[in-house]
Design a protein around this ligand. Structure first.
Ligand code: GUN
Length: 285
């Protein structure tokens, strides 16, 4: 029986402590941290994410500024809105929900957000700072993964960490964070030779490949801690991770569930990034 790394519980604790911190900050500086959340179009999944982000802000005492724009919003309009938000002293964090409609260049939009307000940590300046090991706003899911490992008492120093998946929002940044913690990091992907063998040698396995039940018992070992980043729907419409939890859980040392694992931590880290950005801005004359 594995130790279950319960992201949901940890996220609740973090949100409670952030709420207390925000109360103190409001008393000190006279205003709440503010997060602008921009959504273009009405993709149902995006709407669910955006609504839960706005609700989480409210519960933590963070002011949210929601911009739900029509599907035919032009790139120029969106760039102008971002310029205004960049200049708005009440906005500490800006988040543009992805994916954007095809006629808008996501790269251009990501570049336009002021790096010091980049609550998602997607701006190339923040990505570069992270890879240099410097102070950066870091993408929320990788940050959440690191918090889950640390809170579970999983030792990182000198350990063999294997990341399965090489996306810009999870695989690459989580590899950088693990490297910073002195792990020996291997990034693997769908074309990696002998993938199960490479993964089975990991002390820590972070799985973000986006395929339901992809990780089976041949990928794991009894001393392994697994973080499952996947959110997929199986044939029955049930939300499942990238790991075959039922088959793998009895074999490994620790594993995060889906749902109730990484997902709730991503939102908690978004709030944390907003507060971090607020504090840095308030402390900078
Ligand atoms: N779409 C899916 N995940 C994310 C995320 O973490 N941030 C943003 N902005 N859009 C997303």
């Amino acid at each position: 029986m594995a130790f279950i790394i319960e992201g949901k519980k940890l996220a609740e604790q973090i949100r409670t402590s952030l709420k207390a911190e925000v109360t103190g900050l409001v008393a000190k500086y006279g205003r709440a941290p503010g997060l602008a959340v921009v959504q273009v179009g009405e993709d149902p999944a995006s709407s669910i994410y955006v609504n839960s982000k706005i609700k989480a802000c409210r519960e933590a005492g963070i002011e949210s500024f929601g911009y739900i724009l029509p599907d035919d919003t032009s790139e120029t309009y969106l760039l102008n809105l971002i310029s205004e938000l960049n200049a708005d002293p009440l906005v500490d964090g800006i988040l543009v929900q992805l994916p954007l409609p095809a006629h808008i260049d996501e790269g251009k939009i990501t570049y336009a957000i002021a790096p010091e307000k980049d609550a998602d940590g997607f701006h190339p300046i923040n990505v570069g700072l992270l890879s240099l090991g410097k102070k950066a706003l870091v993408a929320c899911t990788p940050l959440g993964i690191l918090e889950m490992l640390k809170a579970s008492g999983i030792e990182l120093e000198g350990k063999n960490a294997v990341v399965l998946g090489r996306s810009n929002i999870v695989g690459k940044p989580v590899a950088q964070l693990l490297l910073k913690e002195n792990c020996t990091v291997t990034i693997t992907h769908s074309r990696t030779r002998d993938l199960p063998k490479v993964c089975s040698q990991a002390d820590i396995l972070v799985v973000a490949i986006g395929r339901a039940n992809f990780v089976t018992p041949d990928f794991v070992n009894p001393d392994q801690a697994i973080i499952d980043v996947g959110i997929n729907r199986n044939e029955e419409g049930k939300v499942v991770g990238d790991v075959d939890f039922k088959a793998v859980e009895p074999i490994v040392r620790a594993i995060s569930p889906v749902p109730g694992g990484v997902g709730p931590m991503t939102i908690a880290m978004l709030l944390k990034n907003t507060v971090t950005s607020y504090c840095r801005r308030m402390d900078t004359p």
